[in-house]
Ligand binder design. Structure first.
Ligand SMILES: N[C@@H](CCC(=O)N[C@@H](CS)C(=O)NCC(=O)O)C(=O)O
Length: 203
């Protein structure tokens, strides 16, 4: 089994953090995104989404999309973490919050980064106005997240879940790429983020 990745990117870190919580690891293959390795016909024929991370199973099956890869490991590695929640209400709440954080937070942040910086302008048309609008939406979502964390110890409720992993990566993006002052402006996010950052799995 091999995990094709660009280790520092948020989507690849999502899988890496997930694997650390499960106490397991896989062989990694580095993919040079800036050099265009993921847009070669060879890589595109393996990855349905054309992006990293990409998991190759021993029988030659490929799984792309970081959440799908996490789901694969959730079921194939014996564990008691329940990072997608226990069946029933808990898993529904994790799914709900994970989608909210991903769609309203992380994807808006990605769109802002890609369109403002032109990081992938060799392969997509970048629209700076869309980047700025996406940045505004990502920043607006911080209020919703801060409010949620004012009365919930983790994003989806009382248990740590994949929604926290995605939320953590979103906040890192907002701090790193857009210099958002989380500590000064969003006290509940700051407390939660500091708590996660102290966990070895998030290192
Ligand atoms: N929804 C996808 C997003 C994957 C994604 O955007 N990966 C980025 C790195 S974070 C990538 O491969 N970018 C290269 C490109 O867009 O050409 C997932 O969760 O796996």
């Amino acid at each position: 089994m091999k995990l094709y990745e660009s280790a520092a990117t948020p989507s690849c870190r999502r899988v890496s953090i997930f694997l650390k919580f499960l106490g397991t690891d896989v062989t990694r293959v580095a993919v040079d995104l800036k050099g265009g390795e993921n847009i070669t016909p060879e890589f595109q024929s393996k990855s349905a989404s054309g992006t990293v991370p990409l998991l190759e199973l021993d029988d030659g099956t490929y799984i792309s999309e970081s959440t799908a890869i996490c789901r694969y490991f959730e079921h194939s590695v014996p564990n008691n973490m329940h990072l997608f929640g226990r069946p029933g209400l808990e898993s529904a709440q994790v799914e709900m919050w994970h989608r909210i954080v991903e769609f309203q937070g992380l994807i808006a942040g990605f769109q802002a980064f890609r369109n403002i910086t032109g990081f992938y302008s060799d392969r997509e048309h970048c629209v700076s106005e869309w980047g700025e609008e996406s940045k505004s939406r990502a920043i607006a979502f911080l209020d919703k997240l801060d409010n949620r964390l004012s009365h919930s110890s983790y994003i989806a409720g009382g248990i740590l879940s994949v929604a926290d992993i995605t939320g953590f990566l979103f906040i890192n993006l907002m701090k790193g790429a857009f210099k958002v002052d989380i500590e000064g402006g969003y006290s509940h996010i700051h407390v939660w983020h500091t708590k996660l950052a102290a966990m070895p799995e998030f290192q």
